[in-house]
Design a protein around this ligand. Structure first.
Ligand code: ZN
Length: 150
């Protein structure tokens, strides 16, 4: 558990400092804005969807380290995946961050995202960790409204 906690902190710091896929896409096929008023996190997700899969993805915004790191890792995870795989990944990720804190977590299919199991010990941060995913799903669903986690 200590190893996971250390990995979690390292990963959050790294992705917060050097977010991957940060910026806007020139010609997105879908876009959505997300806002977490509890913490003040805001982000925009741009996507290019082709043949039922995410070919390109980028995000931009400002927020706490967890929201930025989660968005960065989310973009790495979903790039190249089909919409069905992404939906499954979202459900697994959601279970991972909202499960009981005493329960052992084993989620190898989530890869690096598994470090976010550390968030379940801090329920206030769950919305920070899931904001990017809610925004992604909103973009995929074609909702024009700003997603709020509240
Ligand atoms: Zn936050």
């Amino acid at each position: 558990m200590d190893d996971l906690r250390e990995l979690y902190q390292t990963m959050i710091l790294d992705h917060n400092k050097h977010p991957r896929n940060f910026g806007r896409l020139a010609a997105p096929s879908a876009t959505a804005d997300g806002h977490n008023p509890l913490c003040g996190d805001e982000l925009t997700v741009d996507l290019v969807v082709e043949d039922d899969a995410v070919k390109e993805i980028a995000f931009e915004g400002s927020g706490c380290a967890i929201s930025t790191a989660s968005a960065s890792l989310m973009t790495e995870y979903v790039k190249g995946k089909t919409l069905a795989q992404i939906e499954e990944g979202f459900e697994r990720f959601h279970d991972l961050v909202t499960g009981p804190s005493h329960e052992h977590v084993d989620a190898p299919e989530l890869g690096k995202l598994a470090v976010f199991s550390g968030v379940r010990e801090f329920p206030m941060r769950v919305k920070c960790a899931t904001l990017a995913w809610h925004t992604l799903r909103s973009a995929l669903a074609g909702d024009a409204e700003v997603v709020k986690t509240e």
